[in-house]
Design a protein around this ligand. Structure first.
Ligand code: 5GP
Ligand code: ZN
Length: 113
């Protein structure tokens, strides 16, 4: 997807601060962090949003969570953290390439905005 900002980061066409990388995922620091730790875990393959996934994508989602867990561990978030996936306009999604936010380093509150 030539016009997708996360596809362009995955392709190396745009710079990013990479904290984790493997064959399937890239984890980068958010350009506009809302917490001391704000990392985005991004599948390398373009999928627009979680609501477009199929039952067969469940193993990928499990691996996505495992990468998030590893990132949180390496970021030193032993006291806890928040994982967020925004879906679509009502969910507040602004980049239409699936990504999971790892947020930590401050007290999280509920309800979210
Ligand atoms: P969403 O609102 O779709 O759940 O989250 C998109 C996130 O991507 C936002 O937190 C935004 O700051 C971040 N973001 C948007 N463009 C870029 C970029 O070019 N580089 C990085 N590192 N983060 C970006
Ligand atoms: Zn994309």
């Amino acid at each position: 997807m030539a016009d997708c900002v996360f596809c362009r980061i995955v392709a190396g066409e745009l710079p990013a601060r990479v904290v984790y990388s493997d064959d399937e995922f890239l984890a980068i620091r958010d350009i506009n962090p809302v917490a001391p730790t704000h990392v985005l875990v991004i599948p390398r393959a373009h999928v627009a949003r979680v609501s477009e996934l199929a039952p067969g994508d469940a193993p990928m989602l499990g691996r996505l969570l495992e990468v998030a867990r590893r990132v949180a561990e390496s970021e030193g978030l032993a006291r806890g953290y928040r994982l967020v996936i925004n879906d679509g306009p009502m969910g507040g999604q602004t980049v239409d390439h699936l990504h999971l936010h790892v947020l930590g380093g401050r007290q999280m509150t509920w309800p979210p905005g």
